[in-house]
Design a protein around this ligand. Sequence first.
Ligand code: IPE
Ligand code: IPE
Ligand code: MG
Length: 254
Amino acid sequence: MIKRFWGKQRREDVPSADSLTLQHVPEHVAIIMDGNGRWAKGRGLPRVAGHHSGMKAVKRVTIAANDLGVKYLTLYAFSTENWKRPKAEVDFLMKLPQQFLEIELEELIENNVQVRMMGYRSELPPHTIAAMEEAVVKTANNTGLVLNFALNYGSRAEMVDAVRAIAADVRDGKLKPEDIDDAEMERHLLSTTLPDPDLLIRTSGELRLSNFMLWQLAYSELWFTDVYWPEFTEKHFYEAIAEYGRRARRYGGL
Ligand code: IPE
Ligand code: IPE
Ligand code: MG
């Protein structure tokens, strides 16, 4: 009863997962979940219906990633640029974490998933922060999949903040300019406790990064699909993982 959707029982329902070379499963998968609005429009529905439906895809992919043994799953849920959208849409998006977690938090806990948030908290409404924090606290001791929501996240802001903090350390005599290196930079990024993504997936046919993890994606494998996020299933996820397994990562070497 407890493992209604998660774990081994579910995996048997999706035989295509078995065809994957599991040793090639990426440690960290990041996803730009895009196309909710277009998906809704194509069905004559309001854009927010696409966001609502996108929550189900979040659940599907979380299950699939957990089952496959992916260690970190970062989902781009709201960018620092998404505030430009109409207020009603932004308000709806800000309620989604609550809605998602109200339904799913118990199962996330049961399945050892650790929820985290990566983004600027101060601009988020209190109810959004409260929902995220409850999930983060209640799953903090879990040791399974890290489900990292990029919420009010922007890569340029993240890097500018890192540079500011480093400059302040230099000014205060705590750090010498010649000691600034990749590791120093990474200590100041919002992703500091995470390894770089091995695989980036973007849905909806857009071929851009939209200010997402620009530093961290330096050597990530990129995988794009035309499928809109609400119709992204575990099968698409396995397809991306299988393709990742066929890639040769060279990091500039041979
Ligand atoms: C992704 O879908 C969700 C967010 C950016 C919050 P969109 O809302 O960007 O959907 P499209 O790209 O307009 O179809
Ligand atoms: C990127 O999608 C942000 C998220 C998925 C949260 P957008 O829909 O905001 O990106 P652009 O505007 O098409 O580049
Ligand atoms: Mg979009």
